[in-house]
Design a protein around this ligand. Sequence first.
Ligand code: UD1
Ligand code: UDP
Length: 416
Amino acid sequence: MKLLISAGTRPEIIKLFPIMKELDRRGIDYVFVWTGQHYDKNLFEIFIKEFNIKKPDFNLMIGSGDHATQTYKIIKRLSPIIKEERPDIVIVQGDTNSCLASALTAVKMKIPIAHVEAGLRSFDMRMPEEINRRVVDHISQALFAPTENAARNLILEGIDSSRIFLTGNTIVDAVKFFENKLDCYTYEIKDLRNYILLTIHREENTNKKRLKFIFETLLEVEDEIVFPIHPRTKRALIKAGLYDKIKRKFIIKEPLGYVEFLCLLKNCNIVVTDSGGVQEEALTLKKPCVTIRENTERVESILMGFNILTGYSKDRILNAIEEAKRIKVNYDKNPYGDGNAAKKIVDILLNKDFDIQHINFLERNFLRGVRLIYEDISVNEFESKNKCKVNAIIRNGKILIPSNSKLFRGDIVIYL
Ligand code: UD1
Ligand code: UDP
């Protein structure tokens, strides 16, 4: 089994390194392609060293650019590598342009795709990430859903449940990997106390109007704010003439290494962010989170009451910050997983057959119907009677993947 892992941004390498480590542990080699969407040392190389993973076998060096340019450059430069390497499966993660373009290249070359962190939905097609993740899910053969909610999103889009695997999110593995390094820390940040940790980088939050609104609002907060700054945001703040003002009030840091960032997260009072991964890490490290967005695909911590979505109202942002300081995050089970996602993913990759069956899976991949069950019947009987495949069962308000063989009166069946 030849595996090719393709990634190109900070969150991808952070969420893929647990899988790489698991492969290393089992003595399984893989081809590692870095697209070069992120190229600054602090967004890329720093993590290779920190995670002690192998350097990329190939760097496509696509750099920055508009979305279409990034996508076509990756396709152009990745396709000869796939042609040469002939992997059995291409592994991609998340929702970046690197993820989309790598998946498109694979499917066009009839190579099966494994999508790590499948099924997240913000239901906001204005976000480039929402477009990317939807497309990738629908062309992948192995979909590793991090949460029940993500698996449900996929089923409701008519994706065959035999391709969906509930594994948890590898971000929990990543946090656990460094968990015992987060206390006795020796970086310069060790003296910081009672601060808010801030990260802002989303495209929709870095246009001039939004950026100005967000940062003028945050300048009214009295607490100390520590702000490891994404290069996109730094550039935008300089352009908007706000950088010097922010620098006088906030403690600005260059993008940090993973352990240093987690250390800051673990020791902050609350985190204010628009990042996807940071929302999951906040819950994992039991920190209250305020998310400056109109929506989020990370609904779990919102539903648990530990993450407050503010939208773009000044009062809501300022009130949410005060409210979050009073939240005590506590739970028995982390909805993002138990820290064994990478192990589960590698087990599935090595033991299942992901033959592409190029046309078949695409043709079957639409929602055919929903039916109420009036009498107890086996799944097999229902399938042969209706010439269909039971894709999911709604029972007592929960969506179940049909692993057992019986349907009961009152169940609702979603079939393909
Ligand atoms: C990308 C992802 C986003 C993810 C984020 C993680 C897409 C559509 N967006 O956004 O989902 O949350 O990565 O951080 O794929 N830049 C540098 N140095 C670098 C890389 C970028 O200075 O190494 C600057 C450039 O000015 C560039 C800008 O950041 O134009 C945006 O970079 P880009 O990769 O297009 O998007 P991100 O905002 O990083
Ligand atoms: N992160 C980091 N250093 C920093 C800021 C963030 O290592 O200075 C990590 C953070 O722990 C999280 C990931 O970067 O795992 C999130 O990346 P980002 O916010 O860029 O992308 P998103 O998760 O929104 O796609």
